[in-house]
Design a protein around this ligand. Structure first.
Ligand code: GLU
Length: 475
């Protein structure tokens, strides 16, 4: 049996898009499941679009998410002779030809075709150049590209694992460029030669490549290569069903990581974009995905990227990690330490206080600000809707006295709650006359973690100071 080999072939032109992560993940999962190899290959032949540092960042980001290449990472820019050899083969067997047309001429032809309502296509002007003429032009170092000659009157049939059968007439295709005037191959040629050389058995990539597939099939035929198996992944959509784009929110994996989304959550969520296990199960760690993934269960319909669902997964994983402690817990604490430059020693306490309330670490940072600096709040906020000024004052005053008597070593959330419960039952007070104003006093807000939990975090001195401040607001 042939060894399963898949690849992820990013162009280093920017950040890692969520769609790119999905392609990488599906390729990775399939290779791992089949005990095969997964390869990362850098497609950097479009020299104008290169972004400095993008390659390093892509590889780093994938690695944080647990996706690593099983072989040395190759760059296409370092493999130019290999593509040139393929170009020579194609020139020799008349599947390709030199084209010396200037961009001005091409533009003119295109305009003419548009005017006549024809599909714009290269008019094969250079296809009929005499051998002698070509030699002369080459010796004069005239600029050229090499084009692939689309065979006439063929029907190209392709079987795609996701899309099923695709069939197209060769007359609908254009003689596309395979070697550019800067000596670099185009994507069409380079990726295909590499997939062949690297013995890729399954090409898993985004749906945007389906229209190019017939061209590729013809290239495979002309080069006498056996094509791999193809699986094109469905589009990712915004909630309004338009193509997923940056305009409607984050799409860069780096940005999600920087906001404190966990690798586990991103992987789990992205795995379910276009694939489903066929069961109700939703939580999958990487090892489970490797076991259960299958190309057959990829659906054709586009999948909507739903940030709320990603938030849900992230919240689930935060809780799971807190519950299990262990190495991932330590890493999470470290990550929080990096996000809070001051108060680093409080990272673990923050996680304890907010772990069950947040979707991501960004929210932890914004929600916990009040702990380090009490915000301004209106005096009326201290009074619960079923309470009044008098009872609130009494509640706060009595609490201040009682809490003042709690020994520092007993300053723990459960004990503080007991003390306050007791105070309520000993006096003509309701919980709303005590817990409500204390919550507002220690947090400056009516929405926060439980007041006794906050007080444990703040410590005795700071808690009493904040309650005292609240009492003074009434004077
Ligand atoms: N370099 C191409 C891209 O970034 C790869 C497409 C493919 O997987 O063949 O989209």
């Amino acid at each position: 049996m042939t060894k399963i080999r898949t690849r992820f072939a990013p162009s280093p032109t920017g950040y890692l898009h969520i769609g790119g992560l999905r392609t990488a993940l599906f390729s990775y999962l399939y290779a791992k499941q089949q005990k095969g190899e997964f390869i990362i290959r850098i497609e950097d032949t479009d020299r104008q679009r290169l972004v400095e540092g993008a390659e390093k960042k892509l590889i780093e980001t994938l690695s944080i998410l647990g996706i690593k290449s099983d072989t040395k990472i190759e760059r296409q820019s370092e493999r130019l002779e290999i593509y040139q050899k393929a170009v020579d083969v194609l020139l020799k067997n008349n599947s390709a030809y030199y084209c010396f047309c200037s961009s001005e001429r091409l533009e003119k032809v295109r305009k003419e075709q548009e005017k006549n309502k024809q599909v714009p296509k290269y008019d094969r002007h250079c296809y009929n150049l005499a051998e002698e003429e070509i030699k002369q032009k080459l010796s004069r170092a005239e600029k050229y590209v090499v084009r692939f000659k689309i065979p006439d009157d063929q029907t190209i049939k392709i079987e795609d694992k996701v899309y099923g059968q695709i069939s197209i007439k060769s007359s609908d295709l254009d003689d596309f460029v395979i070697l550019k005037s800067d000596g670099f191959p185009t994507y069409h040629l380079a990726h295909l030669v590499d997939d062949h050389e690297m013995k890729i058995s399954h090409v898993i990539r985004g749906e945007e490549w389906v229209p190019s597939l017939p061209k590729h099939i013809l290239l495979y035929q002309a080069l006498k290569y056996t094509p791999p198996i193809f699986a094109h992944l469905p589009l990712l959509l915004n909630p309004d069903k338009s193509k997923l784009s940056k305009r409607q929110g984050d799409v860069a994996v780096e940005d999600f990581l920087a906001k404190g989304y966990l690798p586990e959550a991103l992987i789990n969520y992205v795995a379910l974009l276009g694939w489903n296990p066929g069961t109700e199960k939703e939580l999958f760690m990487m090892s489970e995905l490797i076991k259960e993934f299958s190309l057959e269960k990829i659906n054709k319909a586009g999948s909507v990227f739903d940030i709320n669902k990603l938030n849900w997964f992230n919240a689930e994983y935060i809780r799971l990690i807190i519950q299990q402690k262990g190495q991932r817990y330590d890493q999470l604490v470290e990550q929080i330490q990096k996000l809070i430059s001051h108060y680093q020693d409080r990272a673990e306490d923050l996680l304890k206080l907010f772990g069950s309330r947040i979707n991501n670490l960004d929210e932890l940072i914004s929600q916990s600000k009040f702990l380090f600096s009490l915000p301004q709040y209106p005096t009326e906020l201290l009074i619960f809707k079923k309470s009044d000024l008098e009872k609130t004052r009494l509640g706060l005053n009595l609490s201040l006295g009682t809490l003042g008597k709690v020994h520092g070593s007993n300053w723990q959330a459960e004990k503080l709650k007991l003390v306050l419960d007791e105070l309520i039952s000993d006096h003509p007070l309701n919980p709303g006359d005590v817990f409500w104003p204390i919550r507002v006093a220690v947090s400056g807000s009516d929405k926060s973690p439980a007041p006794n939990d906050i007080m444990e975090f703040l410590g005795k001195k700071e808690s009493l100071e904040r309650i005292n401040k609240a009492i003074k607001k009434f004077n």
